[in-house]
Ligand binder design. Structure first.
Ligand code: FO1
Length: 317
């Protein structure tokens, strides 16, 4: 069993690569839910839906989120009525939120609803929320403390990030399916998502760090920073404003003590010695994922790296 930790678009791409190179039921993706919010009376789970749509092969390739070819007639009609249209929910995408909201209001857990949505879309990987309790990322900025989607979408992540709060973590618990997957994992992959607002919220769920630490599986992270830049989103700006080096080394320092290895882009091969000095192995690879072939190629390299690390540690990964 390979367990991947993922947030939004970048993480979903590698998750799709892993899904493509592994047997149908050999992948579990534990997904960030701290970006979730209630909007228009609906429970929106952006990262779960991005992973779900990407593995189902229906994600919008231009944005990475939402459904390819979707229309926005409802958003436009909403705007004419004075409703909030800043968070672009497509007409087909809305069906997902309506089903999830209805099911959760009837008492189903987010885990249950997500499993049923995955089955409905033919996805055989396990897609698991990091927890079923409400945990929310809040972003401290010069304009004050902002809800995540206000910061990220409404204000176009232009505010300087002075701090990040994962609100509600203490009340969260690792879902049983996620704990089981981590216990039987042959490899644990931290996908190239934003370390601060996608990966660290997952790691904030009580118990998940110790489940990872107790596993004898290799833990490999893929850097979301290439040549000092993020492929997408505000990860580079956040590293800078939060006082970290804006590089794959800066990311490696965030994961030191947790991971066995780090995959960096070939452009950052010069950082390998400094990363290895942190007590982890480092592998340069082509980490920019354009098409599905790129995603599967990187996934195969990551898994080979895991096997190599596992062999050194005496584990058949
Ligand atoms: N991101 C945007 O930048 N603008 C949007 O209008 C937007 C709408 C949206 C709708 C559904 C969904 O699942 C994701 C959506 N996202 C949008 C992306 C989302 O805000 C981010 O992907 C995550 O929260 C961070 O990874």
């Amino acid at each position: 069993m390979v367990v991947a930790l993922a947030g939004g678009v970048g993480g979903a791409k590698l998750a799709q690569g892993l899904y493509g190179v592994l047997p149908p039921d050999a992948l579990t993706v534990i997904v960030n839910t701290a970006d979730d919010f209630n909007h228009l009376g609906l429970h929106i789970s952006p990262d779960l839906d991005t992973v779900l749509y990407t593995l189902a092969g229906i994600a919008n390739p231009a944005t990475g989120w939402g459904i390819a070819g979707d229309t926005f007639a409802t958003m436009d009609a909403l705007g004419r009525l004075g409703g909030a249209e800043w968070f672009r929910l497509g007409d087909r995408d809305l069906a997902t939120h309506v089903v999830r909201t209805e099911r959760m209001q009837a008492g189903a857990t987010l885990s249950r609803v997500t499993a049923d949505l995955a089955a409905a879309l033919g996805v055989t990987a396990r897609i698991l929320p990091m927890c079923d309790e409400p945990v929310r990322t809040l972003v401290d900025t010069p304009a004050g403390r902002l809800d995540f989607q206000d910061y990220f979408v409404r204000r176009h992540h232009q505010d300087e990030v002075l701090g990040i709060v994962v609100d509600g973590w203490a009340g969260a618990s690792v879902p049983a399916a996620a704990a089981t997957a981590l216990r039987v994992a042959d490899a644990i992959v931290i996908c190239p998502s934003n370390p601060f607002v996608s990966i660290l919220p997952i790691l904030s769920v009580p118990g998940i760090r110790s489940l990872i630490a107790q596993s004898d599986a290799p833990v490999v992270a893929v850097s979301p920073i290439v040549g000092g830049q993020a492929i997408k989103g505000p990860a580079a700006e956040m590293l800078a404003s939060l006082g970290h080096e804006v590089s794959a080394l800066g990311v490696a320092r965030l994961y030191a003590g947790l991971v066995t290895g780090m995959v960096v882009d070939c452009a950052d091969s010069d950082l390998v010695p400094a990363i290895e000095a942190l007590g982890m192995s480092a592998l340069p690879a082509q980490t920019i994922m354009g098409d599905r072939a790129d995603r599967e190629r990187l996934a195969a390299e990551v898994l080979a790296f895991c096997r190599q690390l596992g062999a050194h540690a005496g584990v058949a990964a």
